[in-house]
Ligand binder design. Structure first.
Ligand SMILES: [Fe+2]
Length: 313
């Protein structure tokens, strides 16, 4: 056999996908993917295969459990549509979204981060609202909230011209896209910070809510004896070219689920002080009963401004 053919034969042997036994499958798959031109795709898929195979070996996955797992994944896809994202919900419920968030913000998780997971309910085109305006767009129960927010750089200098997108669930526990009883874009608004980095708005005090449990994620939570609740929070997405897009949530400090958020979104930094007022006059005459104020400062780091893909339309 010519030397050249010998070399080809040994190369084929090295790359052979003929599996000898359980122990040889992982290296065969890694070898088959070895020529992937993109180094990042090559790295990610190699690690994914190694960990997936190690996982199956660790738990000695049965064929029935494998089928159940594939069916679970398929049903996550089937449960996802324009108004609901079961894939994000699953990632949230197993702490994966928060892990990715912490890895990518606050110096690779070394320090407290000002970021939190996006969640499944951000919509791209919330209505532009003037500073001080209301995001209550249809009759909504619950005490009034007056939020006064500021966005600064890490040195505390105000950042003007930031687009701040705000969204929250109504006190009945549903986002407007989940609830035909709310006007389109109720409790959503897009603000622009002024020269002092400030934006403010009127809303209602957020209430906690259960994540949707009609799909496979709900079944999993039930099987694990986990409650489906999130502590009350306000979502904020702050965007300005030259700064890393800040995606975060500000949690209500007296919420009963603060310590057991089903999607693990609460960090100490993100617990806001929602101050109750019983007597002082609020800044709007139509407010009756107790009302709340929130003062919160967001910090944006210099970096690349990128918008995430909206989980729903
Ligand atoms: Fe939320």
């Amino acid at each position: 056999m010519p030397v050249q053919n010998l070399a080809m034969a040994s190369d084929q042997d090295r790359r052979s996908s003929i599996i000898e036994d359980e122990g040889s499958i992982t290296s065969a798959v890694l070898a088959a993917m070895g020529d992937t031109p993109s180094p990042r795709l090559r790295e990610i898929m190699a690690a994914f295969v190694r960990h997936m195979h190690a996982f199956a070996r660790e738990v000695r996955l049965t064929e029935e459990e494998f089928e159940l797992g594939v069916d679970f994944l398929n049903r996550i896809g089937q449960a996802t549509h324009d108004r609901h994202n079961e894939g994000i919900l699953f990632s949230d419920a197993v702490g994966f979204s928060t892990l990715v968030c912490l890895l990518n913000n606050g110096q690779n998780g070394a320090t407290e981060t000002a970021s939190a997971l996006l969640g499944p309910f951000w919509r791209m085109n919330s209505p532009r609202t003037e500073n001080g305006g209301s995001i209550v767009r249809s009759e909504t129960p619950g005490p009034a909230l007056f939020a006064s927010c500021r966005i600064t750089d890490p040195q505390g200098r105000p950042i003007a011209g930031v687009e701040a997108d705000v969204w929250q669930a109504s006190p009945v526990g549903l986002y407007e896209n989940q609830d035909d009883g709310q006007a389109d874009m109720n409790l959503r608004g897009k603000f622009t910070t002024d020269a002092d980095g400030r934006f403010s708005f009127r809303s209602v005090k957020p209430a906690g809510y259960p994540v949707p449990t009609h799909g496979p994620v709900g079944e999993l939570l039930k099987a694990q004896r986990r409650h489906p609740y999130r502590p009350a929070h306000l979502h904020v997405l702050a965007y300005k070219p030259g700064f890393k897009t800040l995606i975060t949530q500000v949690f209500v400090d007296d919420d009963q689920y603060l310590g057991t958020d089903v999607v693990f979104g609460v960090t100490r930094h993100l617990i806001g002080r929602y101050e109750r007022h019983d007597e002082e006059r609020p800044s709007a005459a139509d407010v009756v009963g107790p009302w709340y104020s929130l003062d919160y400062t967001f910090v944006m780091e210099p970096g690349e401004a990128k918008l995430p893909t909206p989980p729903i339309k």
